[in-house]
Design a protein around this ligand. Structure first.
Ligand SMILES: [Ca+2]
Length: 271
């Protein structure tokens, strides 16, 4: 048996090493045809010493030579168990990896995986009754095509008023970060210290489509103060084509205490 899993997940490898699932004689029998085409090569560990110390020829290896050829990054909202394991270990991921191997690393297949989000309720990859599997597919059919948007880049610039206010309070220069709120859940970019202008690239901030979303810039002064520099809500579009992005621009409005301008690019993602 060959297991191919995401690079982050070492549990499968450890498991495979403990439970190889077959012995050497069985493996030799199963690979007869293949070895015949290679004119029956000798086994790698086939000497007297190997036999004496019981060094077998069955291994569970971690790296394949193809693993560095394509850098595939996917996002995960999985919440259960060991994080790295839950992020990549589900029936959905199994079918996607299988599909990639079958189709080959074509451009569209790689793009599909790069816009993948592992759902929050991702299962552990074990077998389930067919009815349960079909029910999941029905529930998530639309989201498997497009579930929402990932913030791929954000470029912001603060108005000088933000600096004035910050200095007036004795907190030095502004320390902005982006805060995205949806259904009472907050996602934030890292804080950039003491800057008026900054950007964040390739973030892991993901919002659901068609749910009211508030984008705001805040000033982070640690324990001392947290200040809102202006926010605005929008409805992430409900449909998307390929990797086309949705761009939102923001303008300063001093009357509304909106103290920044910027451009945010969102790319479509799917389960
Ligand atoms: Ca500050």
């Amino acid at each position: 048996m060959i297991c191919i899993v995401a690079d982050q997940d070492s549990v499968v490898e450890v498991w495979a090493d403990v439970f190889l699932g077959l012995d050497e004689n069985e493996a030799l029998r199963l690979s007869t045809d293949w070895r015949k085409t290679l004119n029956h090569p000798r086994l790698q560990n086939d000497g007297l010493e190997d036999r004496f110390f019981d060094r077998g020829n069955l291994l569970a290896e971690r790296y394949l030579s193809i693993t560095t050829a394509h850098k595939i990054k996917f996002w995960s909202q999985a919440t259960s168990g060991i994080k790295a394991h839950a992020d990549s270990h589900s029936r959905r991921m199994g079918s996607l990896v299988g599909d990639l191997i079958r189709r080959g690393p074509k451009k569209d297949a790689i793009a599909f995986l790069n816009s993948l989000v592992q759902p929050p309720e991702a299962d552990d990859g074990g077998p389930v009754p067919e009815s349960e599997h079909l029910a999941w597919q029905r529930r998530n059919a639309v989201d498997c095509v497009h579930m929402g948007w990932r913030l791929s880049s954000a470029d912001i610039k603060l108005h000088s008023r933000a600096l004035e206010l910050e200095r007036a309070k004795g907190f030095g220069d502004p320390d902005p970060y982006l805060c995205i709120e949806q259904q009472g859940a907050y996602q934030e970019t890292p804080t950039r210290s003491g800057v008026m202008k900054t950007d964040w690239q390739d973030t892991d901030i993901i919002v659901r489509k068609m749910e009211q979303t508030t984008v705001s810039v805040r000033d982070d002064n640690g324990l001392f103060e947290e200040r809102d520099l202006g926010g605005e809500w929008f409805w992430p579009p409900g449909y998307a084509r390929n990797s086309q992005s949705t761009r939102k621009s923001y303008k300063v409005d001093l009357d509304e205490e909106f103290l920044w301008e910027g451009v945010l690019d969102w790319v479509p993602v799917h389960y």
